[in-house]
Design a binder for this molecule. Structure first.
Ligand SMILES: [Zn+2]
Length: 236
């Protein structure tokens, strides 16, 4: 039998969006020997394909438990992913690198990590994995090292387990310094089947990726640079 602290040290909550990055981060956690508790946030994203992808990924990873928590961020709007705004298409890399795009969802990763922290405290998991990435990251402020470090500090002052020192929470962002190509290569080594994943911001009604939004662009470029072919279908 594992003691309580050993069990906490071997359990991790993984945030699963259904995208390429989060499945890779979760596969890294699994390869590192953690028991996985998956969390997907149904935040009212404009299409359901991400949630379906997250279900496939959770089954593939044999997680202990998969929670899909509904927090409707459409009530605030303010993003092309939660509001009736057009997702930008055909942007160059220079355009993507300039400023924070309208696909930024206000405070999304803070909301996600807060939910993950609550879940982690309840199931006794001291580790939280999030697939954020600061290299090919589309300019989101909550995908930077400073954000991850600040949240880890918060986790240990905000919780009963942290204050009573029964658990020391750690936020793992294993993809933080990796390029998209490196992420894809690492996932491929870990036998991740990227056909299960969904990245596109603007798929058609059948869920087929557009090939023109920032997410599709970065994904396709990552596969090309990794010298691998993307197993999902595209409209073009
Ligand atoms: Zn797309």
């Amino acid at each position: 039998m594992l003691s309580e602290s050993e069990s906490a040290d071997r359990s991790a909550v993984v945030l699963l969006s259904g995208g390429l990055d989060s499945v890779t981060a979760a596969a890294i956690a699994r390869a590192d020997g953690y028991r996985l508790f998956a969390l997907t946030v149904d935040y009212g994203q404009r299409h359901r394909f991400e949630i379906e992808a997250a279900r496939r990924v959770a089954a593939f990873l044999h997680v202990q438990r998969h929670v899909i928590a509904a927090v409707d961020l459409r009530q605030f709007g303010g993003s092309a992913l939660t509001d009736r705004m057009d997702v930008p298409l055909h942007r160059s890399e220079a355009e993507m690198g300039a400023g924070i795009p309208i696909t930024y969802v206000p405070a999304r990763n803070t909301v996600f990590l807060s939910l993950a922290l609550g879940y982690a405290e309840v199931v006794g998991a001291a580790h939280i994995f999030i697939g954020v990435n600061a290299v090919d990251y589309s300019g989101y402020p909550d995908c930077r090292p400073a954000f991850i470090e600040a949240f880890e500090k918060l986790a240990n002052v905000a919780t009963k387990a942290g204050v009573e020192r029964t658990m020391k929470f750690r936020i793992h962002a294993p993809l933080l310094e990796m390029t998209k190509a490196e992420i894809i290569r690492r996932g491929t080594e870990l036998r991740v089947d990227y056909a299960m994943t969904h990245s596109c911001y603007s798929p058609n009604e059948a869920g087929v990726a557009c090939g023109r939004c920032d997410a599709c662009y970065l994904r396709l470029k990552g596969f090309a640079e990794a010298g691998l072919s993307d197993p999902i279908e595209y409209q073009m």
